[in-house]
Design a protein around this ligand. Structure first.
Ligand SMILES: [Zn+2]
Length: 299
């Protein structure tokens, strides 16, 4: 898979004949007191000794890992027929996020050029760029696509009941600002199907109730967008270790195993929203588990 980094914010690559880009929305630093320490936040149910061993294999000292600086990486796909954006970033969450629009502009894409916006789930970092500071639609010409269970969770009162108190205000604030404006141009998916020719919705629940993955195929090549099925490469090696923000840990584990197997069988390129930029790589089998092999980029 050949690609080119224009700067550290835009990475161009091809999937068959589809012209794709990984586009950064910036980064967010997850650290106390707003968030638990990174090891607790990302691997909430990991046994301590095994966790320390896994971290040291990744050259991370648990006591010194005070902050997780997470990239936010959106994906743009030009199928020739459609210009599709996967997730809209976190406009307004922090000064270090909300860089999607300026980066798209630098890549020669105006918001009204996008005809399809696919939202993998309803967390602030994935829907936060649906609207501008005044609440106006950012991608005003686009059809917006979301899994039906996910839309229902955020808009029918379930989120109010089920979310943890300490994250509730921020998550609901972003949902209330960014979801109602897309209501009139919304296409809800309730089964695995094609969204546009070559881009297929895949059920991937667990991180949130209606979390969605995507299979993007052209000319025998595949890109699997796993979004937040994994947040850190260690989740491939230890698929049963879940993040504090995963809404249904048991479901996360089965979704991971299904998607990892698929990625290996199909030799798919994989896009992971929170992995180091450009968030692209391959999932390779390692014993009973898997590991992450980032693509080689030339800077
Ligand atoms: Zn996320």
């Amino acid at each position: 898979m050949r690609g080119m980094i224009i700067d550290t914010q835009i990475y161009r690559f091809k999937v068959g004949t589809f012209e794709c880009m990984a586009v950064s929305d910036g980064t967010l630093t997850y650290a106390p007191p707003t968030f638990p320490p990174p090891a607790t936040f990302l691997f909430a149910n990991a046994p301590r000794e095994r966790l320390e061993r896994a971290l040291s294999e990744h050259r991370i000292q648990p006591e010194q890992w005070l902050a997780w600086v997470s990239p936010y990486v959106c994906v743009v796909v030009n199928t020739g027929e459609h210009l599709v954006l996967v997730d809209t970033g976190a406009n307004g969450l922090a000064p270090s996020t909300g860089k999607l629009l300026p980066n798209l502009k630098a890549a020669g894409i105006a918001p009204e050029d996008i005809d399809t916006v696919i939202l993998t789930h309803g967390h602030p970092d994935h829907i936060g760029g649906n609207t501008d500071a005044e609440g106006k639609l950012a991608f005003s010409k686009a059809r917006h696509v979301m899994w039906k269970d996910e839309w229902d969770f955020w808009t029918s009162g379930q989120a109010e009941v089920k979310l943890d108190e300490h994250v509730k205000d921020v998550l609901l604030g972003f949902a209330r600002k960014n979801l109602p404006p897309i209501r009139d141009r919304l296409d809800l998916v309730d089964q695995e199907r094609e969204i546009v020719p070559g881009i297929r919705a895949v059920a991937a629940p667990g991180h949130t109730p209606g979390h969605m993955a995507l299979v993007i195929s052209s000319e025998g090549e595949q890109l699997l967008c796993v979004s937040d099925t994994v947040l850190h490469p260690i989740h491939l090696e230890q698929p049963e270790w879940c993040a504090a923000v995963d809404s249904a840990p048991g479901q996360v584990v089965s979704t991971r195993r299904r998607l990892f197997k698929r990625a290996v069988t199909e030799k798919a390129l994989v896009a992971a929203f929170h992995f180091p930029f450009p968030g692209l790589g391959h999932i390779v089998q390692k014993g009973e588990g898997w590991r992450w092999q980032p693509i080689q980029t030339t800077i």
